[in-house]
Design a protein around this ligand. Structure first.
Ligand code: ATP
Ligand code: MG
Length: 574
């Protein structure tokens, strides 16, 4: 491709709303352009990277029995009502009416649509298993779209769905997809980890996320220093490396005045008790508003060590909710406890109490007295209050014990690029999608679903692979393998050599971009660094007088001067 005939516009500076390196670089390199928040046009270079990644995905899925289809992006309301997700998906699902006053939504995911597709066709166990996928634009009305393609409103996803006759074969299908994903991300040549994860509102019992490692990643991962254990912090079990067990004898409760002390830090300072030995009391509503008609508060109380953080996903799962529970307002806390949140504690509360496992080893603790400006000391479980459940609801952290060994957990940041779920019959039962088994009995399909954020992955690759000068593409998805800087565009010999080299490279199956603009060499080199194709070949009149062209490896910046006759033989395919 000739730069002069294409549509590539680079920028010196990134716009101020671009916060992370990959977002800045994508804008500066002219890969994407914002139409509105979360909505981007993919320029020619980004689209080439996207298509290359899609094709890697297609090859790996097709070779494992996947079949590609394409489902509509607009879905009727009735379809989503079959699974109750019309309500459950909340505001993330963009809903609208057509001219006939019929409600529709934009597909945020396609479990419903694919089940409808399959239930009409597959009647017998003899037709199973099925592995169906599509590469398509999704729309999610994200509250805060940010970081360019990382969290868009519109984005490209590859979503796949498997249908099996029984659980054993469904788990086999899951393994096939797990291995396909491994092959896909291995081919990208990027650093990634596979971690245990939460199923979110997709549902299902077994699930793994594929996370590209990058400091700007939104996800916190905890990885064992001794075993293969790796989990998203959302679901990572919290196990102290040093047990917090006190052997003090229980003492009698005492009330004491704590005027103006509202936080754990205040209380620790004033009492001299370390935060890890204090207990904090939090209040939530266990009504997650999935049924808009039910507005009841259903308050619950949570107890944590003062130094720990609540893990809302664990609490959501303990309470068997669809969405993470909301914290009560100060006024609601007062209604439930009689006091300001800073003076609350479990003694005398009439609502369910969920006590984190980290609290159970503490004795003679200080908690709020449920009376403004007062706390209680020497409070002991179970003498002074009861717990509905003692359960792990805190955030695990670096240094905690590995759940599978005596090793410790280490922290990483990750970008979720893929997610595999075993779903069981969650969707097929609700949607009455059945087949006849070998006994002639109707059975609901066993399902799995599997997503890869195609557009997000392309940006995540840049987030992991760049330097101060620009992008360093992994060659597997580089828009072009080779970037030729043709310096003397009016010199017939230089042009001829350039076209000859291009021809040789193309014959090897390589993609070539020729910068044929009438610009200074320094300007072209800066743009070549910014665009980040794996190989750069510099062809100029001066060099050719010595029978030389320059070959530059983008990642290492290694430069070699070679004869134009051999340069194409030195460029390798991905
Ligand atoms: P997240 O936790 O980041 O919101 P998710 O868990 O809701 O993502 P899934 O439903 O698992 O996402 O979707 C499959 C894949 O689609 C994700 O692994 C991710 O790579 C991609 N994806 C999800 N939401 C977005 C988005 N807003 N923009 C770009 N890619 C996305
Ligand atoms: Mg996910």
């Amino acid at each position: 491709m000739r730069w002069s005939q294409s549509h590539i516009y680079t920028l010196k500076e990134a716009p101020s709303d671009a916060e992370i390196p990959s977002h800045k670089l994508m804008i500066r390199a002219g890969l994407i352009k914002k139409l509105a928040p979360g909505l981007y046009t993919y320029g020619p270079l980004a689209l080439r990277a996207i298509r290359k990644f899609e094709n890697i995905i297609r090859q790996e899925l097709d070779s494992r029995g996947g079949t590609e289809i394409l489902m509509p992006i607009v879905h009727p309301r009735e379809l989503w009502e079959e699974t109750n997700r019309w309500e459950e998906m909340g505001a993330g699902l963009l809903k609208f009416k057509n001219r006939n006053e019929h409600w529709f939504c934009l597909g945020a995911t396609h479990e419903e649509a694919v089940v409808d597709f399959v239930r009409n066709d597959v009647k017998s166990y003899k037709d199973l298993p099925k592995n169906i996928y599509q590469v398509q634009t999704k729309y999610r009305d994200e509250i805060r779209p940010r970081f360019g393609l990382m969290r868009g409103r519109e984005f490209i996803m590859k979503d796949a769905y498997t249908f099996d006759a029984d659980q054993a074969s469904a788990l086999k299908s899951y393994d096939v997809m797990y291995n396909a994903y491994k092959a896909i991300f291995d081919r990208l040549g990027v650093k990634y980890r596979i971690v245990q994860a939460d199923a979110g509102n997709i549902g299902g019992s077994q699930t793994h996320e594929f996370q590209l490692l990058a400091d700007a990643g939104e996800d916190s991962l905890l990885v064992s220093d001794t075993t293969d254990f790796a989990a998203n912090i959302e679901v990572c079990p919290a196990i102290d490396s040093i047990a917090h067990v006190s052997h003090e004898a229980p003492k009698e409760i005492e009330k004491f005045a704590t005027p103006g002390l509202k936080t754990i830090a205040d209380l620790s300072k004033s009492t001299g008790v370390q935060e890890k030995d204090l207990v904090k009391t939090l209040f939530f509503s266990s009504n997650d508003r999935t049924n808009p008609k039910d507005t009841s508060l259903k308050p619950i109380c949570v107890l944590l060590r003062g130094s720990d953080e609540l893990n809302p996903i664990k609490l959501k799962n303990v309470l068997k909710l669809t969405n993470a529970p909301l914290m009560l307002t100060d006024a609601e806390v007062r209604e439930v406890s009689g006091a300001h949140p800073g003076s609350c504690g479990p003694v005398g509360l009439k609502i369910p109490i969920y006590m984190d496992t980290g609290v159970q080893g503490l004795k003679n603790v200080i908690v709020g007295a449920n009376e403004d400006g007062f706390h209680l000391k020497n409070v002991n479980f179970p003498k002074d209050f009861q717990a509905t459940q003692i359960v792990d609801i805190r955030m695990a952290k670096a240094g905690d014990k590995c759940p599978e060994s005596n090793g410790k957990l280490q922290a990483f940041r990750g970008i979720e690029v893929g997610h595999v779920f075993y779903l069981g019959k969650k969707y097929s039962e609700k949607m009455k999608a059945t087949f006849l088994d070998s006994q002639g009995k109707a059975q609901a399909f066993e399902m799995g679903c599997y997503g890869i954020g195609v557009s997000r992955t392309v940006q995540a690759c840049i987030e992991q692979n760049h330097d101060q000068d620009g992008i360093v593409w992994p060659q597997a998805i580089a828009p072009f393998d080779v970037h030729i800087c043709l310096l003397d565009t009016k010199d017939p010999n230089a042009v001829e050599v350039c076209l000859k080299i291009e021809k040789e490279l193309v014959a090897k199956g390589l993609d070539v971009l020729i910068d044929d603009r009438d610009e200074r060499p320094g300007f072209k080199f800066k743009d070549a660094d910014l665009l980040g194709m794996p190989y750069r070949i510099v062809i100029g009149k001066k060099g050719l007088e010595q029978n030389e062209v320059e070959l530059v490896i983008r990642r290492t910046k290694e430069v070699s001067k070679v004869s134009p006759d051999v340069v194409s033989s030195l460029v390798k395919r991905a």
